[in-house]
Design a protein around this ligand. Structure first.
Ligand SMILES: [Cu+2]
Length: 162
């Protein structure tokens, strides 16, 4: 007779734990970014790429960069991340997570393949709060990197309209 309430209590506890875990994961969004080498890709811009190459996160969201190994790296571009934010520099690491707690745009590039267009864009927070909207950028990337950046800015406008 006393077994039943214990079972109920246990299942309630288990549900609470499961819900709590799911809740924590929903509360702090985390985007996984992979770094890909794909010689069979149809375009040069896709041969070396971040995947996904564009993410929009709320303030305090996290980004996990996977596979910064071999020749791939993750480096923020000076003048293309919010002022005062510590530069991002990730290499020789299977996985590294950053918390994005300054609103703005973050343009990241692979040191080796940036010139082939291995560039990505992270938008953090609401557009009105961005500390470095594209109009304030002091620098634009040359060549294929710039070509890729233009594509990313179009994705940005499609996702977060002006
Ligand atoms: Cu690379």
């Amino acid at each position: 007779m006393s077994v039943f309430p214990v079972k109920v209590a246990t299942s309630v506890l288990v549900s609470m734990l499961l819900f709590g875990t799911a809740f924590a994961q929903t509360c702090v969004p985390n985007e996984d970014i992979d770094q890909i080498t794909d010689p069979a890709a149809e375009t040069v811009l896709d041969m070396f790429r971040f995947e996904p190459d564009f993410v929009a996160l709320p303030l305090g969201g996290r980004v996990t960069f996977n596979n910064s190994r071999g020749q791939h790296t993750v480096h923020s571009m000076k003048g293309l991340i919010p002022e005062g934010v510590e530069a991002i520099s990730i290499a020789n690491t299977a996985s590294e997570t950053r918390t994005m707690d300054v609103p703005g745009l973050y343009v990241l590039s692979c040191k080796v393949h940036g010139r082939y267009g291995m560039v990505m864009l992270i938008a953090v927070g609401e557009r009105e709060a961005w500390k470095n909207p594209p109009g304030s950028w002091t620098k634009k990337m040359p060549g294929r990197a710039g070509e890729k950046l233009d594509l990313l800015l179009k994705k940005l406008d499609g996702t977060i309209p002006r």
